[in-house]
Design a protein around this ligand. Sequence first.
Ligand SMILES: [Zn+2]
Ligand SMILES: [Zn+2]
Ligand SMILES: [Zn+2]
Length: 433
Amino acid sequence: MTERVPCRMEGCTSTILPATAARTGGYCMPCVQERERQERQAYIEKHRRTVNLYENVTDPVEILQIGYAKQVRDPLIRYVPYPKKREELYQELSVGDARRMKEYALKLLAEGEKDTAIDILTALVCWRNDEISDVLPQLMERRIYDPGMMYKDAPPEVRDQLLGQLERDEENRNLLLLALGWIGDEAVVNQFQEWRRQAPAWAKQLYVLPEAYTREAGWELDEGGGRRELVSPASYGIVVEKDLTAEAVRDAEEPVGPGFLQPSDQVCPWCHGSLVLLMDVDGAHSSLSGLGLEGRLCIQTCERCGGYSDIFMELDEQGMPHWSPYNHEPDYLPDWEEESDGDGIRLPQLSLSSVPRSPYFAAVWALSQSGSQLGGHPGWVQDAAYPLCPCCSRSMLFIGQLDGEDIEVYGDGIFYMFYCPKDRMTATCYQQS
Ligand SMILES: [Zn+2]
Ligand SMILES: [Zn+2]
Ligand SMILES: [Zn+2]
């Protein structure tokens, strides 16, 4: 047997065959590879160039197109990111420039760049609430139905085609039901009511009743088969104060209230930690009109246990929330004593923007970076999960959401907030990916 020799690298305890030593100058293979890696890294750092693709580009459409173009990954190039968020750029587009983006999406679609085309169309719909009815025939031709909200303004011909398609297209039936939910016009409401009266043969293949799909689009069939709204069409971003643009700084036009993420003096009966007021706002704010509120609306929850169970609070005469006896302690809750070092560091104070935004702004989760809002459509991380009011058993109305990223450093998931005007009951629910 050949005698092995130790690797020459200081601190390395490996031994190698003399043949290897002769080839590598006495080093073991892992040490050789590590040295090569370090040399490569030093080379990259020495020769790396900074490239700003946006330099001297002022056309917002061109700026967006550069952002969508796939850059060749080259370790020797560091690309300078554009200083504005994509969602801000979209909101600032003129009507003509938004039309150019739509045309660009169609061009990409024709070239087979389906994913980017859908991203652009979804951005136009969500962030600007733009009409894209004219491109729907081209989406249908390619059987593109997701996300369904692209179809929300579909004209009757498109709606009827979707209804026809639904009967034959088993593979896309889920997506077709969602798209129809987003259309939600009288004919669609009547159709869902018809399916409630007489379940279609294909309903057996679904995991839920056909009518459950409409909740993804923010409405449901009421007892009489009419359309009951679960969301408010008025929506305002809740943002970290330093990110407020000058025009969006809170002014006196709308009542706001004390704000968001205030400490509560009440204690969670499950974990004995302090409860938190996710929001405490004036019920007269336009995003809450329709709830019939007098005075303030406080949404209180346990930030810890609220991740494991919907949490209900009952509002007293003064609008103060109290832990509801309807809450059921979940079978599993972590031992918070052991996890207490995970308590996050709070971010700077949140404020309500005074500039309304599209009610669909955050409706596609993961599209927007600014998910926190009052009013509008929830951005469900998973399936829509409107809590049922424990008093009247009806779906509770969505009033806003706070993104975990806006709550604390390293926060994730979303806290959704709900209200039942009839029973003055609030609820929170939480979802994460
Ligand atoms: Zn070695
Ligand atoms: Zn708790
Ligand atoms: Zn109720």
